[in-house]
Design a protein. Structure first.
Length: 236
């Protein structure tokens, strides 16, 4: 049984039909990348999994249990941590307080819990910024804090929505190394991205979305070797 199975989902925003019969499988320990142009449906897919825009048809199962219709906080407590694209940190709280709030809200008492020290080991810059207000951090630091907050909830699966977007190349590189360390720790990751270079060393498998459906799936190695696929669906 796959850790996470998205089967044949249809998702809407009000009357707009966005995802069509979309299926994705995620095995424990994998980094699965969702690629596609702007508007392809990557964000809607991770929002569907996180319970923010529940699909109207199809199933999403975590270890075989259907989670469709559960409120987002329940899905988070079951072990699916969502890092949204818009980096919601509490601007008036310090880095330490942002992490503390997350621990209280989402902490699920898993066997190898994340602590503030452990997230600071992964993101050393946050240790330096510990007493600083979240709103004063740079874009890259806010992205790291958003990921760190989600980790404080001890997720089994991390959903990341375009983490590299809008960040300077050097910061993107740092973030890529940090996510590589998370992968090495055994965390399962679903990574929605437009930046192929960012995911190419991280990802195990790739799904390419277009107009709300899966157009291609394969191993990262196969995807990288296929110029035609990249030209057709990604324009890179
Ligand atoms: P992006 O890189 O722009 O985030 P994406 O692949 O993540 O792209 P989605 O954000 O999932 O794509 O958008 C898929 C489609 O849904 C697009 O056509 C978009 O216009 C539409 N859409 C997104 N949010 C809403 C909304 N709140 N109401 C109606 N349509 C929406």
């Amino acid at each position: 049984m796959a850790l996470l199975e998205v089967s044949h989902i249809d998702t809407y925003y009000a009357d707009s039909h966005i995802l069509f019969d979309l299926s994705i499988t995620v095995e424990a320990g994998e980094v699965v990348c969702l690629l596609g142009r702007n508007g392809a449906g990557k964000t809607t897919t991770v929002r569907s999994i996180a319970g923010l825009t529940p699909p109207r048809a199809g199933a999403i199962t975590l270890r075989g249990r259907d989670i469709v219709g559960l409120p987002p906080f329940r899905i988070a407590r079951l072990g699916i941590g969502f890092v949204p694209e818009d980096r919601r940190v509490f601007p008036n709280l310090t880095v330490h307080e942002n992490l503390e709030v997350a621990r209280r809200t989402w902490g699920n008492g898993s066997a190898s819990p994340w602590s503030e020290e452990r997230v600071f080991d992964l993101f050393p810059i946050l240790r330096e910024r510990r007493r600083q207000a979240g709103g004063t951090l740079s874009g890259g630091e806010q992205q790291m804090l958003t990921i760190a907050r989600t980790l404080m909830g001890n997720p089994e699966i991390l959903l990341l929505d375009e983490p590299s977007e809008g960040l300077a190349p050097i910061v993107v590189e740092t973030l890529r190394e940090q996510l590589g360390r998370l992968k090495a720790s055994g965390l399962t990751i679903v990574l929605a991205e437009q930046n192929v270079r960012f995911v190419s060393d991280l990802g195990d498998r790739v799904y390419i979305l277009e107009k709300g459906t899966v157009r291609y799936q394969g191993s990262m190695a196969r995807f990288l070797a296929d110029d035609e696929v990249r030209r057709t669906y990604l324009a890179v």
